[in-house]
Design a protein around this ligand. Structure first.
Ligand SMILES: C[S@@+](CC[C@H](N)C(=O)[O-])C[C@H]1O[C@@H](n2cnc3c(N)ncnc32)[C@H](O)[C@@H]1O
Length: 446
């Protein structure tokens, strides 16, 4: 009888799991965006494998922090003491065991094979042993173990797979009885939203369902690039929340004059504002610090003809390239943590750190000061973040000089429950939009 071949000869390569593992490696080792990396690697997969890989990557990325705690308990040592590639394999295995309907034996054997082929035979014993310990409990069982000694916020963070500091921030701005729903909504992929460039296309051309509140939006599944209006730059992809904050700026009372988008890249809001400005008989100037992002802005504005064709410039918004008081309306859609769009970027909740906030807040304050100086007396500024974190929303606005806060919710009367004091705060669980924040300010008359 011939001896049994070494186990390594029988290793099965699974296309979906291999793709998912490589995406996860790119995310954790190189800082890649999961969605972009996934789109690249999905291309070569059969549809069923592509779907499996997507769920594996998105689910694993979302739950990373909780899975690492489980892996630490199961391994009896800190995750940081393990080889990073092994940790990624264990994370994928853990997701299959605790959140997908993959039978235990299949989750174990496929992850061990994956680790052997992608990392090396020598790690298979460890991977097998750790995953066997993980498989001893289901997700609810692990939540109980990890939740021991945790307070309510800690248990919510675990159950909904958010870092605790994010849950603490949400708890500062949301009623306690909404917290769980808000966190759960971050774990549901959004319906794709489209938007027309006003005056260049109609919502009916987009097909799909007209958006609930934005008169320029539609919800539509499928590849938007196949739509002629999108291919021709007469429409684009944009969350309805972004549409609404741009619309609020256009609706405010303001003097005549040109409009400015101070932080325009990649140009989603510019593309809507440019059409609204043209309809009002004026022009949008779209300004962006990064030349490559300014090129994206110009691309997004390309379909607008004369008159009042929008212009794109490259400029540092903290050192303006224009005279004080040059504009009637300014959008300051400042760089922020992006915590309001967690449902779009599954890995970002674990990548962002509270230590990111002070540097961002400093930049936000300086950009808001420029925005106020850039409008003429009586002119209006929309200060916008794609984050509901109070440090970068109400707290930034609280420190301004030379302008008064005006009621923003009254500019969006059709949107229910969008007010947070004088500010607009949209939420995925309430509005199905990203958690956009809007403060409207009017520059004091001289
Ligand atoms: C939140 S994004 C803007 C998104 C954009 N309004 C849209 O709807 O597509 C912030 C932008 O500000 C730019 N930015 C960062 N620092 C800046 C500065 N000092 N001056 C101008 N723009 C800046 C970033 O490069 C980024 O493109």
């Amino acid at each position: 009888m011939s001896p049994k071949p070494p186990r390594s000869r029988n290793r099965q390569r699974d296309a979906a799991r291999t793709a998912a593992f490589r995406v996860l490696r790119a995310v954790s080792a190189d800082g890649a965006y999961a969605n972009l990396e996934l789109a690249r690697r999905r291309a070569g997969l059969a549809p069923a494998d592509a779907g499996f890989a997507t769920e594996l990557v998105s689910g694993t990325c979302r739950a990373l922090g909780s899975y690492d705690q489980i892996i630490e308990r199961a391994a009896g040592r800190p995750v940081r003491s393990l080889q990073p590639a092994v940790v990624d394999a264990l994370r994928l295995g853990t997701h299959q065991l605790l959140a997908m309907r993959v039978p235990t034996h299949a989750a174990l054997s496929t992850t061990v094979d994956l680790a052997a082929l992608e990392v090396g035979e020598r790690v298979t014993g460890l991977v097998n042993a750790v995953l066997r310990r993980v498989a001893e409990r289901d997700w609810a069982g692990w939540l109980e173990v990890l939740g021991e000694g945790e307070d309510d916020l800690g248990r919510l963070a675990l159950a909904h797979q958010h870092p605790r500091w994010v849950v603490e921030a949400w708890a500062r701005v949301l009623p306690a009885d909404e917290l769980a729903a808000a966190l759960a909504a971050d774990n549901v992929a959004p319906v794709p939203n489209l938007v027309v460039r006003p005056g260049l296309a109609t919502v009916a051309e987009l097909g799909g369902e007209p958006a609930r509140w934005s008169p320029y939006g539609a919800y539509r599944d499928g590849d938007p690039a196949t739509l002629p209006a999108v291919a021709e730059g007469r429409a684009g992809v944009q969350d309805e929340g972004s549409q609404l904050v741009a619309l609020a700026l256009a609706r405010a009372d303001a003097p005549d004059g040109e409009w400015l988008d101070l932080c325009a890249g990649p140009g989603g809001k510019s593309a809507l504002l440019a059409g609204l400005a043209r309809a009002a008989g004026t022009r949008l100037v779209a300004s962006e610090l990064q030349p490559h992002r300014a090129r994206l802005v110009a691309e997004n504005l390309r379909a607008y003809p004369e008159p009042n064709r929008p212009v794109t410039i490259v400029a540092d918004g903290t050192r303006p390239a224009w005279r004080e008081g040059s504009f009637a309306r300014v959008l300051a859609d400042v760089p922020c943590t992006g915590l309001g769009a967690l449902r779009r970027r599954p890995e970002s909740r674990w990548r962002r750190r509270p230590e990111d906030l002070p540097g961002l807040v400093d930049l936000q304050r300086r950009l808001l000061a420029t925005a106020i100086a850039s409008v003429k007396p009586g002119g209006v500024v929309a200060y916008v973040t794609c984050s509901p974190h109070p440090d970068e929303t109400a707290d930034v606005v609280a420190g301004v000089a030379g302008a008064t806060v005006i009621e923003a919710p009254s500019l969006l009367p059709e949107v229910p429950e969008c007010g947070s004091g004088p500010f607009v705060q949209l939420w995925p669980h309430r509005h199905g939009t990203d958690a956009m924040f809007l403060a409207m300010l009017r520059r004091a008359d001289r």
